[in-house]
Design a protein around this ligand. Structure first.
Ligand code: HEM
Ligand code: HEM
Length: 190
């Protein structure tokens, strides 16, 4: 498997970052809901500690992924795709990147505004990014929750599009993102 993208396929680094971040975000949805609904106890605090540390890790991986995308340009989109489809793909991908950053940053704002200490996996103390402020905390909680639903909607569109490419258009947009595929893209079947 080549590490860099080719003209037609994703390289190993982009694939690992895509699937690692995807798995972590889905895990965070579950962890977030369990932590919020858990009765107040040391376990609840522990669940939030994990939620916050994994969330900051996602933020770092997302920044790394964006830097890598800049260094290693993505493969071309399907030559047969109409302009609206390419624009929808580009816009939804940009919104996914934005959500990958905004989701953990809004969590970090909740934490700082609530004046909770933030320690990455109990090891590295991270600074507060806003001053303690109850109103700001409530607003950031609202943003964090809204972003969750926005991300769910974007993911329904994203996964739906990937399956549509695979099942209806029968091109290799999905397979070129899967592990172990480095071939050039097939042309879609019209
Ligand atoms: C939280 C979960 C996910 C996030 C945040 C996410 C995000 C993204 C982003 C931002 C891109 C664009 C990459 C770029 O242009 O640099 C992308 C590409 C892609 N994603 Fe996801 N993704 C997720 C889950 C999934 C899942 C579950 C599938 C499959 C069912 C999938 C299939 C794909 C495919 C096939 C591409 C490549 C599209 C192309 O080659 O043009 N993704 N993803
Ligand atoms: C991609 C990263 C993240 C995802 C997908 C995520 C997801 C979620 C979800 C689904 C919830 C439950 C729904 C809600 O009440 O908002 C939640 C709650 C929460 N998250 Fe995150 N989160 C992420 C990152 C973070 C980070 C980095 C922090 C803090 C440093 C954080 C702090 C919190 C807090 C304090 C709550 C409880 C909010 C409340 O009581 O209303 N999250 N998160």
């Amino acid at each position: 498997m080549t590490l860099r993208n080719s003209d037609h396929s994703w390289g190993g680094i982009a694939k690992v970052l895509h699937w690692l971040i995807a798995a972590m975000i889905l895990g965070m949805f579950v962890l977030g809901w369990i932590a919020v609904n858990y009765p107040m106890s040391p376990t609840k605090i522990k669940l939030f500690t994990w939620h916050k540390s994994f969330g900051i890790t996602i933020l770092m991986l997302a920044l790394l992924r964006m830097a890598w995308r800049f260094l290693d340009p993505p493969p071309a989109s399907s030559a047969h795709a109409p302009v609206w489809e390419r624009q929808l793909a580009r816009t939804s991908h940009a919104l996914l990147y934005l959500a990958m950053i905004a989701m953990p940053v809004s969590g970090w704002i909740i934490n700082s505004a609530a004046n909770f200490p933030l320690k990455l996996f109990g090891l590295i103390r991270l600074p507060d990014i806003v001053p303690a402020d109850k109103t700001l905390q409530t607003q950031a909680e609202f943003v964090h929750l809204s972003l969750f639903w926005i991300l769910v909607a974007l993911l329904i569109l994203h996964v739906g599009a990937a399956l549509w490419h695979h099942i209806v258009r029968r091109d290799d947009i999905l397979t070129r993102m899967l592990p172990g595929t480095t071939r050039g893209a097939k042309e879609p079947v019209e």
